[in-house]
Design a protein around this ligand. Sequence first.
Ligand code: P5A
Length: 451
Amino acid sequence: MRLSRYFLPVLKETPSEAQIASHRLMLRAGMIKQATAGIYSWLPLGFKILRKLENIVHEEQVRAGHIPMLMPTLQSADLWRESGRYDDYGAEMLRITDRHGRDMLYGPTNEELITDIFRAHVGSYKDLPLTLYHIQWKFRDEVRPRFGVMRGREFFMKDGYNFDLTKEDAMHAYNRHMVSYLRTYERMGLQAIPMRADSGPIGGDDTHEFLVLAETGESEVFYDSAITDLSLGERAVDYNSWDDCAAIVKEWTTPYARTDETHDEALFNAIPEARRKTSRGIEVGQIFYFGTKYSDAMGATVQGPDGKSTPVHMGSHGIGVSRLVGAIIEASHDDKGIIWPEGVTPYHAGIVNVKQGDAEADAACEAIYASLNALGLEPLYDDRDERAGGKFATMDLIGLPWRITVGPRGLKNGVVELTCRRTGESEELPPEQAIEKLALVYAGHVLRPSL
Ligand code: P5A
């Protein structure tokens, strides 16, 4: 992409309404614009990152054996009356009446709708296990929408639902989700710690939230620092294996980690003092096992191997995809701007031409731009006729992990400058070597055509 032809409305001023870094930076970097309280338009740069995160979530869900689909945003109130949640959900639910006077709602979650689909089409235990998911906009009329996309009213969520014959099978689904979530967050360059939590309006006893540690997080968390040493890395996981998934879950759930809702002071004090940590966290996902709560209420049964009709065991699992954009920025920024992890960056490298209009500099930039594209990488070429200082500031603000700076002085010596956004370190290299280095950096990453 050439910046001269892009739509990147960066702001010079720091917006006064934004209280935390991610909100400020998303506004300043031209990623979002508030449409009305808690509701945002995703401008091209923000949309590109949202799509990247969505793709990672899809890839990891499909890898775990879960099946993508799409349900609507608007739902009929009648289904929610069946489960009893139409009244229970309270003022957070946006209620709508259509022209025929029928009660509708903008879905805050989809347990009822998916259970209705299940009961209409699945009748035998032979069709289990089944996990369906979608990534769709949700609406919750939060009392205090704040921090930009972090606590929006309209937000983008991946929500998945498992249907199993037995509690044991459903616990495998729970474990499988925990492992696939750990992988998902790791690919996004995040450490998200599973913490025993409270189930709230979704219901059930078994639930974990995934929290990214950040001072600006809305939850208070208590944990054993040993948990922050864990990582899945390149570990191969057999999602079909009960034991494989359970072993990883055990590893992650053995060290103490709880939100304030379930915190137990006595257990916490049993951890060696040096490892006892209290912090704040951003909740980027939550998984639930709630047994037959919805299948009992809505008659979602299958015929078991003994021929008897039995309600299915269910759980649901959510990832806050739009919130993750903010969470990644909270975890990865400095006073100049965002620092995207390589796995989610909207463009792989910026090219800054410090002397636009200089024939040699222009030609060198064009050649680098073409080579990076040919490798399947997406460069963002700042080809505007602007001062170099302004171009650097924009690149630092939008946070691309690498920048290639091209100018007549370097070109005289056959070199360009390759700068790492995270460390600030630069090296002078012939253009081919800078390109080779970027190819190596991104070798392990999934590259896909641009939107
Ligand atoms: C699980 C999927 C559920 O709704 N039903 C279907 C279950 N869980 S949840 O914890 O309530 O939400 C899942 C994740 O969505 C994000 N989230 C939000 N993101 C932005 N703004 C909001 N107002 C908001 N509310 C929830 C969180 O990341 C949460 O973990």
